[in-house]
Every structure is written in C-alpha cells, then in structure tokens.
Design a binder for this molecule. Structure first.
Ligand SMILES: Nc1nc2c(c(=O)[nH]1)N[C@H]1C(S)=C(S)[C@@H](COP(=O)(O)OP(=O)(O)OC[C@H]3O[C@@H](n4cnc5c(=O)[nH]c(N)nc54)[C@H](O)[C@@H]3O)O[C@H]1N2
Ligand SMILES: Nc1nc2c(c(=O)[nH]1)N[C@H]1C(S)=C(S)[C@@H](COP(=O)(O)OP(=O)(O)OC[C@H]3O[C@@H](n4cnc5c(=O)[nH]c(N)nc54)[C@H](O)[C@@H]3O)O[C@H]1N2
Ligand code: SF4
Ligand SMILES: [Mo]
Length: 770
C-alpha cells in the first residue's frame, strides 16, 4: 500500500533479479532468433493474431514494421519473411490481447503502478479507453473523448501564451498524423515541438545540413550491394537494425570489406547466420567485420583524424591515387586549409587517443586507400556526444577526401532509430522550422505561423523546471524515461499543470504526471484503421528517404481507439473553435485530404496520393545523392570542416560510461531481461567493466555497486548495479538505457545539436551502500 503523500517513483525499483552471465556470442541471428521471436509473438498475441500478422509485415501493401527505420528491399522481398526477431517482438508488444480496463485503473493507484519495473508496467496491456487523473487524484478514471478534448482545449486556451505548452513527438507517428499535428500546434501558436530526434540523430541532422545541404543520409539499400568498403561506427545493428545484417551479408558476398568501430565486440558486427536462408538455418555463418577497431568511448574523432593523416601520407606517395582530386576540386571548399592541418597530425598520438593500435589503424587506412566506393554507417555511438556534430562532420571530411559521395556504392548512412522519425522531421516536426517552410504554411493555409524558435527536448525540461511550461502534450514516447537526468526531469514534469499522452501502452511518463493528467489511447501500426467503414493506410519515410504506405491488419483491441490524425483534428476543433481557418473535419475523415495538403506544402510530395500507392512507394529527392550540394553558405559545394579533438580530463577514480540498448528492449519498452548476444541473462542493473579496472579498484565480479555523477556539483546516483567483467577498453564502462539515465546531466549536451551526451557520462563507482 502507498504511504500518504508518497510520490510515484521516477525510476525502476532498486531490486535485483537473478543475473547469470555466459560467454558473449561471436555471431548474431540464426535459429535462436527465429524461435525467440515467434515465442514472443505467440505468447502475447495468441496463436492467430501474431504469426498471421508477421506475414504482412514489411510486405508491399502490408504494414511497415513499427520498430526501426531500416528500409525494405526495393524489389525481391521474401514472400513470407521480411521481418527480424526484434520486428517480431515489437509486433508482439503492440498486438497483445491484454488490455487495461477501467477496473484495472480503479484497482491500481498510480503510486502503486510506479513501483513496478518498466517491463511489468508495459506488459499490463494496451490502453483501451481515454483516462483522466484529476488534480489530487490517486487513480486514473475513465473519461469520454469529448470531455478529454475539451479539458485539454480549455487548459490550452487558459494559458497566458501558447509558448507555455510543448508538444512532443516520438518517431512512430505517421506522416499524415505528424503533418496535421504540427499544423495544429502552429495554428495554436507555438514552435515548442520537441521530438525524440533531439536525443537521437539531431547531431547528424545538424551536421549534415551544414556540410552537405540536407540533414539526411545519401545512400540507398542498393548501394550496399555494390560497394567496396562499409565502415560501421557506433552502431549495433544485430540488435537495433537486424535486417541490416542481410544487407551486410549480401555486400560481403559481392566482395565488400567491413570495418567495425566500437568499444564493444558486438556479435552482430562479427558474423551473421541468416535465419532466412537454408545455409543460416543449418548454422553456417557469414563473417562480417574484416577489421574490428575497439575504439575508446568517444575516441572516434581521433580515429577519423588518424585515418585522414594516413591517407594523406599515402596520397603524397601516390599523388591522385588516394584522394579524389577531381571531386575535391569540383564539389568541395576549404580543402587547402583543411589539409594544412592534417599534414601536422601525429598518428601515434591520435591512435593513443582513439585507443586503437597503430598497426590496426594502418590496416584500416590500407583497406580504404585505393577504394572510393565506401559507405560509412553510424548511429548513437557517434551522435550522443558533446562533440557529436563535429564527429559527423569528420565523417563527412573523410568521404569528401575520397570522393565517396554522390556515386553508386558510396555515401553517408546515418541509420535512424524510430520507424518514422525521419518522416516526422520531413513533415516539419521541428522546434526550429525554416522560414521557407513557415512561409509555405502561411501561403497554403492562410494563417500566420509563429516564427520564434521553440523548445527542444532539453530546453523543454528546463522550461518545465523553471515553471515556464505548464502543459506538456506527448504524441507517443516515454519522455520521462527517455530523457536525461531522471530526477531533475521528474521534478520538472511534476510541476506541470497538465500532462497529456497519446499512447498505445502504459509507461512511466503516465505515472510521473502534472497536476492533472490524461492518457488518450491510439491505434498502433499493425491495427486496422477503419474510417467510415473503409480500411485506411498511412505512410512513413524510412532511413533512406523512401516513402511507403502502411496498412494495419489486426482488429483493434477496443472500439474506443482513435487514430492519431483524428485525435489531433478533434483536439484542434476543441481548442481553436471558431478561430481556426482549417477544415479539421476534412482531415479527420480522409488521409487522402491530408496527403493532398502535404503535397502542396512539402517539396518532394507532389502527387503524393498517386505515388504512395505504387508498390514499394517512392524516393524523396536527395541532391547529394546526385552529387549536388545545396549548402546554404557555399552554394553548390560541400565544405571541409576543421574540428578540434575532445579533451577529457578524468580524475583517478573516474570512468567513462556509455549507455546502450540490450537485445530485449525497444528504447524504454522492455521486452525481457535477456541480452543474449552479450551473455547477460535475467538482469538489467549491470555495469560492464574491464577486468583490469575491476581489480585495480579492489572490486570483484558480481560486486554490488552504486554509480555517481557530479556534473555541475550536483550528486546524481544510480544504486545497486552488479559488476560484470567485459571486453571493453580500460576506464570505459557501459550500463543499459534507461537505467543509466539518472546519471546523464541535463547540462551535458552536444554542442550545436543540444543532444544529451548519453554515450559519455563521467562516473565514480563505489561499493553499494546498504
Ligand atoms: N530492437 C531495437 N531496435 C531499435 C531500438 C531499440 O531500442 N531496440 N531503438 C531504435 C532507436 S530510437 C535508435 S536511435 C537506434 C539505436 O541504435 P544504436 O545506435 O545501434 O543503439 P545503442 O545501443 O544506443 O548503441 C550504439 C552502439 O554504439 C556503441 N558505442 C557506445 N559508445 C560509443 C562510442 O563512443 N564510439 C563508438 N564508436 N561506439 C560507441 C555501443 O557499444 C553500441 O554498440 O535503434 C533503433 N532500433
Ligand atoms: N541514456 C540514454 N537515453 C536515451 C538514449 C540512449 O541511447 N541512452 N536514446 C535516445 C533515443 S535515440 C531516443 S529515439 C529516445 C526515445 O524516446 P521515446 O521515443 O520517447 O521513447 P520510446 O521508449 O520509444 O516510447 C515508447 C512509448 O511510445 C508509445 N507508443 C508506441 N507506439 C506508439 C504509437 O504508434 N503511437 C503512439 N502515440 N504511441 C506509441 C508507447 O506508449 C510506449 O510506451 O530515447 C533517448 N534516450
Ligand atoms: S530491421 Fe527494423 S524495420 Fe526491419 S523488421 Fe527488423 S526491426 Fe523491423
Ligand atoms: Mo533514437
């Protein structure tokens, strides 16, 4: 039972399960992956819903996997299986037949639900009707849609300024819903549109917009099949983008080399047993990485600079054979100044800073020296650092030297996270919209959109904490658990006058709430979306800029679910009333009408309705892919960027900590307690440490410890973690996200992109107190 005045817990309970540790795996996928996936689907969804739905996942005319943003093959899709283990788990999680009834909420006080761990909260089932937590209330109670919309609308209208509200988006929201969402928010009058991208690839978008003129990658899936070298930095595709391994396998079979750059030896980068081929099922694997550079946490910039210097030396030996002089001349600016610095780089010192032996660095340079069909892939290991923007620019520098951009088999491949996070941004979910986008909105719709930039994620948290934000509305996501500095963020969220979440599943952000709170239940990607008796489809953009339709096929678990577009339109009506200039009913009733509007406003979406109906969808325009750089400052050229190395000063008892995803989670949704490939079973409160560090600090394997961070002289603590000896560089450690988030300081962000530095937090480790 809860004590009086007890606050709902912002973090998982400090309890341990039964950790067992096995040898980390040296290959990914194979039969265990298929069986693990199917077991989940059967258990959660019953024998009919799950497996049937899997056949429709990622098929042309089927529904888009709601998990990651990895693209589908343009042609020859497997007729039965275009999904992976983690796609199947994502489906199982949302297709569950368990649902949260009014009785569930009546029986469970918010404070008691918050005592459960994230996995237990999520496994309770789908939210089945709107619920409301009144001021001072202890239990969520049912509310009608009508009343919910009016409560929110009245609250929004009571604010002194629209800038006292913020509207978050997590990356599953469709293009159609995103578009009407930003339209509503801007007609209401604010650009406070934080999104999950702010914590994810914001460093990529910022860097690429400046460096190549578009905040997106330049490769297509077909480039993987015709390339010489693939470099994979700070990414764990075996877990987070599993079907990327199929593309890597095909690349290897076509003769490509792979270089992996990661502080951990991730199974999915080493070898792959393709569960969808007979060879894979029989247990034969394809070796993936030819070279594995075990970089230090945030040693990537030093590593890239070392490569640049080695290539420069080679170019001096064989002029014109290593660098693409013609490309540099025609398509870049700033080469001379850039190279005048590279000349003086000290390879030994850079290798030491990267933590990579000089010999291996030379092998890497030799591998790419005479090649130009090079693809560089990256994800959170690069972006979530103080110097995340510069690290991405350094990646660009390397591709510019090699002319590895704008040609087949080559280019930049930031691998996006959420299945439609890239589409959200294309649809103008952005706190810093461009003038020309706003001008277009004004021209097409006839209202004056706000011009002042809004709050991003970190800005929103601080504004809530200072009492400047009063209403927080979230289109999906789990803001509290995904954001940094959990204690600070929880304090911030508790100061809100109202928190509203449009969600599929219950999560901690519903439990650590404002004065009043509302949860609005919505359809998920695999659910049938029937409007006026007709099955509808939505559309999404994947990591490679392909826009495709997605049509759910499962019977929704409740008649009370609305799709996200309808929710936005009804809220817009309830809030804006007669002051709106937009026909919200038209958009609520027809995705085609929304798509027509998108076609008028957003470049590349002309004839949207027609083209989205083509099997496989259509590619958005991408100038750098064609070798054109429409950079604002340098017109048709891509600039080389001069960057500084990060400088970490650590006290003797300090360690670097990165936060990573286990194999059994999707962000804050915890599917299970296994991190199979890393050999961790039945526990998430672990800290991976180098065996030498464990000995030096006087710890032993299995010791229980507390972790501390002291940024800005504030003590942040994560209690009760178990030490696991692991092959990770000395003074480097890793914990799982979101358990480690309490240690990520709110003021520790990437320069320019404001992305929390979730991949580098300085910590101290002490024996567990208690
Ligand atoms: N199943 C599943 N799929 C997902 C997700 C999920 O949670 N589960 N999340 C989705 C989302 S939103 C995203 S953004 C992506 C995330 O995909 P990833 O970026 O692959 O995910 P992370 O686990 O954050 O870790 C990245 C990798 O970076 C390495 N790393 C850590 N620090 C450094 C560093 O300083 N340098 C280098 N070179 N490497 C480093 C880690 O060891 C790890 O292998 O996945 C998406 N797909
Ligand atoms: N320490 C640390 N922190 C991190 C990261 C890290 O690597 N380390 N990664 C960061 C990254 S890359 C990201 S993207 C963020 C993720 O941050 P978020 O996107 O905010 O978090 P998720 O866990 O993906 O959100 C899960 C919730 O979304 C809701 N949901 C699921 N599907 C739908 C849907 O179709 N519609 C609606 N309306 N709701 C839905 C469910 O209620 C579910 O509980 O976290 C960031 N935080
Ligand atoms: S790779 Fe990503 S999008 Fe593709 S099936 Fe797996 S989880 Fe889904
Ligand atoms: Mo992400």
């Amino acid at each position: 039972m809860s004590k009086e005045n007890e606050q709902p817990a912002a973090e998982n309970p400090e309890t341990l399960h039964k950790l067992t540790v096995s040898q980390p795996k040296k290959w990914a996928a194979g039969m265990p992956a298929v069986t693990a996936a199917l077991k989940d689907v059967f258990e959660e969804t019953g024998a009919i819903r799950g497996p049937g739905a899997l056949f429709s996942m990622n098929q042309k005319g089927g529904f888009d996997c709601s998990s990651c943003a990895w693209p589908d093959p343009d042609d020859d899709r497997s007729p039965v299986a275009e999904y992976c283990e983690n796609g199947a788990k994502a489906l199982a999680e949302e297709a569950t037949t368990k649902k949260l009834t009014p009785e569930f909420f009546a029986q469970n006080a918010v404070v008691d639900l918050a005592k459960l761990d994230d996995m237990e909260i999520g496994k309770k089932g789908r939210i089945a009707q709107p619920v409301y937590l009144p001021k001072g209330g202890t239990h969520y109670q049912p509310i009608s849609w009508h009343d919910a919309f009016h409560k929110i609308g009245d609250k929004l209208n009571s604010l002194a300024s629209p800038n006292e509200a913020a509207f978050y988006t997590s990356g599953r929201t469709s293009n159609e819903a995103s578009f009407v969402y930003q339209l509503f928010v801007r007609e209401y009058g604010t650009n406070n549109m934080p999104d999950c991208s702010n914590m994810c690839h914001e460093s990529t978008s910022t860097a690429l917009a400046e460096a190549i003129g578009i905040g997106k990658g330049t490769v297509t899936l077909n480039d993987f099949y015709d390339t010489d070298v693939i470099i994979i930095m700070g990414q764990n595709p075996g877990t987070n983008h599993p079907r990327m391994l199929t593309a890597l396998e095909k690349a290897k079979n076509n003769g490509s080399k792979i270089i992996a750059i990661n502080p951990l030896y991730e199974a999915g980068l080493m070898a792959f047993k393709n569960p969808q081929t007979v060879k894979g099922i029989l247990g034969f694997s394809t070796q993936l990485a030819d070279l594995y550079l075990q970089v230090q946490i945030n040693g990537d910039m030093a590593l890239l600079k070392a490569l640049e210097k080695l290539l420069y030396d080679a170019e001096m030996q064989e002029p014109g054979k290593v660098f693409d002089r013609q490309f540099i001349e025609k398509s870049t600016v700033g080469y001379e100044e850039f190279i005048s610095r590279v000349k003086h780089f000290d390879v030994d010192a850079l290798c030491a800073a990267a933590g990579v032996p000089v010999e291996q660095m030379k092998q890497a340079a030799d591998t790419i020296k005479h090649k130009s069909k090079i693809i560089i892939c990256w994800a959170m290991g690069i972006t979530q650092h103080k110097n995340g923007v510069n690290a991405v620019k350094e990646i660009v520098n390397l591709t510019l030297l090699k002319g590895s951009i704008g040609k087949a088999g080559a280019g930049l491949c930031p691998v996006r996270g959420h299945s439609n996070v890239q589409g959200n941004r294309t649809m103008m979910i952005y706190d810093k919209p461009y003038k020309k986008q706003l001008d277009k909105l004004k021209e097409v719709f006839g209202f004056e959109p706000p011009r002042e930039h809004g709050y991003d994620v970190v800005g929103s948290i601080k504004a809530m904490h200072e009492g400047k934000l009063k209403v927080f509305f979230a289109m999906g996501g789990n803001f509290l658990s995904a954001t940094p500095d959990t204690t600070f963020t929880a304090e911030a969220m508790r100061k809100l006058e109202m928190s509203v979440h449009v969600s599929t599943k219950l999560n901690r952000s519903h439990l650590v709430h404002g004065e009043e709170a509302i949860i609005l239940p919505t359809l998920s990607r695999s659910d049938k979306d029937v409007v006026h008796g007709e099955d509808q489809f939505i559309s999404c953009e994947n990591s490679m800029g392909v826009v495709q339709s997605s049509k759910g096929i499962l019977e929704p678990i409740s008649e009370e679910l609305l799709n996200e577009t309808q929710i936005v339109c009804e809220l817009a009506k309830a809030t804006l009333g007669s002051r709106t200039v937009i026909d919200w009913d038209k958009y609520a009733n027809s995705y085609d009408a929304v798509r027509d509007a998108i076609g008028q406003v957003i470049p590349g979406f002309e004839n949207y309705n027609q083209r989205v109906r083509l099997p496989g969808g259509f590619y958005l325009p991408n100038a750098p892919r064609e070798g054109k750089f429409e950079t604002e400052e340098f017109k048709d050229k891509a600039p080389f960027t001069i960057t500084q190395l990060p400088d970490h000063q650590m006290a003797d008892d300090e360690y670097m900590m990165t936060t990573i995803r286990s194999h059994d989670q999707f962000n804050t949704t915890i599917y299970g307690m296994q991190d199979r490939y890393r050999g961790i079973h039945n526990e998430r409160r672990v800290i991976f440490m180098n065996p030498k560090d464990i000995a030096k600090a006087g710890f032993i394997q299995g010791d229980k410890v507390d972790l501390f961070n002291y940024h800005d002289d504030i003590e942040r603590v994560a209690r009760l973690f178990i030490i696991v000896p692991y092959n990770i560089p000395e003074r480097n450690t890793a914990t799982y996200y979101p358990e480690g988030n309490v240690l990520v300081p709110i003021n520790s962000v990437a320069e320019k992109s404001n992305c929390p530095t979730s991949k580098l937090v300085f910590i101290k480790i002490r024996k567990h107190d208690g």
